[in-house]
Design a protein around this ligand. Structure first.
Ligand SMILES: [Fe+2]
Ligand SMILES: [Fe+2]
Length: 260
């Protein structure tokens, strides 16, 4: 039976199956609080499982690696991870890559084409065998029986940054778009106006400009999206998806705010 678990009282420090359908699951790995405990920015990591194959979304930095191995092992054996995806090149996304490439030698590393030649700096010596380079226009990757869509989101904030749309759960994994920073303790947004305060500053500073935002909005805004799952902050659900798009549409950010 298909079902969502996106209630407002989910604990951000606990793993949870956010969506479960026929042979398809999306799991939040309970990563919030681990990184802030050592003074680093917190990350949200996710796992998509379809027909026994797994796709790890943004595994995060160096120090959360053992925690993630433990959490993922509750759900699937590590050798069923077929893809390890990095939405862009930052250390809060890729810091654990050197360990993951060794622990999951069968897994392909999925990352934007601009960043593939940076992979040897993480110890990946055989990029032609290990990496799947996402072209700048995006691509589909089949996980089990589901074609995941990798959607360009360039300059928001990285010049080669991507989102994933899962057509089964209707989740948009938005990387550094939709991120929120601040002292709050929920996993799923409840009070939109309160959450806007946490969204505003990172978007104003990190997003390149309103033109890049509009290009991205045109790619995503008419899709059937149940929830936006960013790499930091909190999950945006139901009617707040449209509220978020409205916020982005009028956002002045990055180079829009530069003075001569
Ligand atoms: Fe980033
Ligand atoms: Fe990030």
């Amino acid at each position: 039976m298909e079902g969502y678990k996106l209630s407002k009282d989910l604990h951000p420090g606990e793993d949870v199956v956010l969506y479960e359908g026929y042979n398809h699951k999306v799991i939040y790995l309970g990563t919030k609080g681990i990184s802030s405990g050592i003074g680093a920015v917190d990350v949200l990591s996710y796992l998509i499982v379809d027909n026994g194959e797994a796709f790890l979304v943004d595994p995060g930095g160096y120090h959360i690696f053992p925690f993630l191995v433990f959490k993922i092992s509750k759900y699937i054996p590590l050798d069923s991870i077929k893809y390890i995806y990095f939405c862009h090149q930052d250390p809060d996304v890729c810091g654990s890559l050197p360990m993951w490439k060794d622990v999951c030698p069968q897994a392909k590393i999925v990352i934007g084409e601009l960043w593939v030649r940076f992979l040897p700096h993480f110890g990946v010596s055989d990029i032609s065998k290990r990496a799947i380079a996402i072209p700048s226009e995006g691509k589909h990757i089949n996980l089990g029986k589901t074609p995941l869509e990798i959607i360009p989101a360039h300059y928001l904030h990285s010049p080669n940054h991507f989102n994933i749309y899962d057509p089964v759960s209707k989740f948009l994994f938005s990387g550094d778009i939709g991120i929120a920073l601040g002292n709050f303790s929920y996993l799923v947004v409840d009070d939109w106006l309160e959450h806007l305060e946490y969204l505003y500053t990172p978007h104003r500073i990190l997003m390149a400009n309103n033109k890049a935002v509009k290009v991205w909005l045109n790619r995503v805004k008419n899709r059937d999206i149940k929830a936006i799952l960013p790499q930091h902050g909190a999950i945006i659900v139901d009617k707040d998806v449209k509220n978020f798009f409205k916020f982005m549409e009028s956002l002045k950010c990055g180079t829009d705010l530069m003075k001569d």
